[in-house]
Ligand binder design. Structure first.
Ligand code: IPE
Ligand code: IPE
Ligand code: MG
Length: 247
């Protein structure tokens, strides 16, 4: 790939795609136009991540708290996800992208759930980048659902309390089998997690960039990957000592 420096590429990048509404407001457009433009940025981000060698790309598309928005905007966002899957699934499949959906499914209405399942099933055998779409996702909701399942197993005598380990909790989350994000990136200048991957992000590098999501280009993404490569990760230990010359 051109322009890409030989850098440490994160295995898993998770993005809080924020700023669609402000992008539209700044142009005197309705918020929905920002969301529409945001879908184009999604397409580019998947391509860039795949080309750069990222193995997992998680995109926060709709949070469990986004139901608090006006009904028309919620309907619009649901419609956009459906349109994205209908229009892009064949292309993504051809590009060997595997799709996973995380988030609560039980309160999704209409044809959205069958579409999400179709996207996962169609691409389940693919071996390229995994695109994880966080839809109707909230970390507290995800953890609550997992805790309830574990509590039920304990109550039924199928699991001892001491069998509840960090590994078992991780395996009970929607992200089971997906490595923790190395990098959590948020656009639009906001510096908060907004209930995104609270367990999985325990040791993620955080990067907040000023660009609004519809303005998030390949170049912005590549420069974020370069910034990540300059970070020193410690995981509670000490920095790797640099080998002395001749040692
Ligand atoms: C991100 O853009 C998209 C979703 C949260 C679904 P916003 O809609 O939050 O845009 P701002 O933050 O209002 O600019
Ligand atoms: C987070 O953005 C959710 C998504 C990007 C889908 P929000 O715009 O909903 O977050 P807050 O409300 O500013 O924290
Ligand atoms: Mg926002």
């Amino acid at each position: 790939m051109q322009n890409l420096l030989p850098i440490t590429v994160p295995e898993h990048v998770a993005i809080i795609m924020d700023g669609n509404g402000r992008w539209a407001n700044a142009r005197g457009l309705p918020r929905t136009m920002g969301h529409r433009k945001g879908v184009e940025a999604v397409r580019d981000a998947v391509k860039t991540a795949a080309e750069a060698g990222v193995r997992y790309l998680t995109l926060f598309a709709f949070s469990s708290e986004n139901w608090n928005r006006p009904q028309a905007e919620v309907t619009d966002l649901m419609g956009l996800l459906k349109a994205f899957i209908r229009r892009d699934l064949a292309d993504l499949h051809r590009e060997n992208v595997r799709i996973r959906i995380i988030g609560e499914r039980s309160n999704l209405r209409g044809d959205i759930l069958p579409l999400l399942i179709e996207a996962e099933e169609t691409t389940s055998g693919n071996t390229g980048i995994t695109l994880v779409i966080a839809f109707n996702y909230g970390a507290r909701d995800e953890l609550t659902r997992a805790m309830r399942r574990l509590a039920t197993e304990v109550a039924q005598g199928r699991l001892a309390p001491e069998d509840i380990t960090p590994e078992r909790i991780a395996a009970s989350l929607d992200t089971a089998g997906i490595p923790d994000p190395d990098l959590i990136l948020r656009t639009s200048g906001e510096e908060r997690l907004s209930n995104f991957l609270l367990w999985q992000g325990a040791y993620s590098e955080l990067l907040f960039v000023p660009e609004l999501w519809p303005d998030f280009t390949r170049e912005t993404f590549l420069s974020a990957l370069e910034k990540f490569a300059c970070r020193e990760r410690r995981f509670g230990g000490l920095a790797q000592p640099t080998l002395a010359v001749g040692s």
